[in-house]
Design a protein around this ligand. Structure first.
Ligand code: NAP
Length: 233
């Protein structure tokens, strides 16, 4: 099975990439990046890295070549309400890949997994007391990718994943260095990065029985269960 991934250079995306590469049912992972990926992962035989110039304009020939993928895990995102990263780029992918799939012979729906956040809000009229722009942008992107799947059930399935603070990675956010404090906050309000990555990988590989929106508590408990199962094999 082939999977696609965006945002593999990020804290969460790097862990998701690791889990995809390690998954027994995954034979190939194609990572779309804006600059070459550093490190160990790039030496994995299963990995192909494609450097894209513009995430708003997906070249047809690239999408066609990878339209046999089971799904995409979208880990790109900002912390400062960057409209391109949080809204325009994911929607450009969904619509462009959707058009390619519509022109192809029948296949199981493409599974698109979007990394969002616990505090994202889709109601654009709601007054939010902190982080309004960032939370509404992410919420709008969530609503749009779910709406796309509702309108295109034969070709598309969207999952939106809403973790709280993610701990256990090299850093909690780019501005907050990892410490016992940040890891403790994550364990109380959020999710461990390996649980999140195991869960997101499962959604793209299979996803059966899962709701289209996953909240933090479910991500953590299902992620733990998946890691335990993997440990048993
Ligand atoms: N970390 C948490 O605790 C947490 C919790 C809940 C939700 N989230 C959300 O999850 C997302 C990822 O979090 P993270 O901690 O993994 O962030 P991160 O380490 O900053 O990674 C962000 C990823 O997005 C890519 N990216 C950002 N802007 C881009 C742009 N304009 N064009 C192309 N690529 C772009 C980055 O690529 P480059 O490496 O090329 O810059 C990187 O791969 C964020 O939206 C965040 O709000 C995070």
């Amino acid at each position: 099975m082939k999977l696609l991934i965006v945002g593999a250079s990020g804290m969460i995306g790097a862990e998701v990439l690791k889990h995809c590469l390690a998954h027994s049912e995954v034979s190939k992972v194609v990572a779309f990046v804006r600059r070459e990926l550093p490190g160990e992962a790039t030496r994995d035989q299963k990995l192909e890295v494609i450097v894209l110039d513009d995430f708003a304009a997906w070249p047809q020939h690239i999408l066609r070549e990878h339209a046999d993928a089971a799904g995409m895990i979208w880990n790109m995102g900002s912390y400062n309400a960057d409209r391109s990263a949080d809204l325009d780029y994911p929607l450009a992918f969904v619509e462009s890949m959707g058009r390619v799939l519509q022109s192809m012979t029948a296949r199981p729906p493409f599974r698109y997994v979007q990394l969002s956040g616990k505090w994202a809000r889709s109601d654009q009229g709601q007054r939010l007391w902190w982080g309004e722009d960032a939370r509404k942008l992410k919420g709008l992107a969530d609503a749009k990718v779910l709406e796309y799947a509702t309108n295109q059930p034969d070709i598309w399935k969207s999952f939106v994943v809403k973790p709280g603070p993610v701990g256990g990675g090299p850093r909690l956010t780019p501005d907050v260095p990892r410490s016992w404090g940040t890891d403790m906050i994550a364990s109380l309000l959020g999710v461990r990065i390996d649980e999140l990555a195991a869960f997101m990988t499962f959604l793209a590989v299979d996803g059966r029985g899962e709701d289209v929106v996953a909240e933090n508590g479910h991500i953590a408990s299902r992620g733990r269960e998946l890691l335990k199962q993997q440990g048993e094999h």
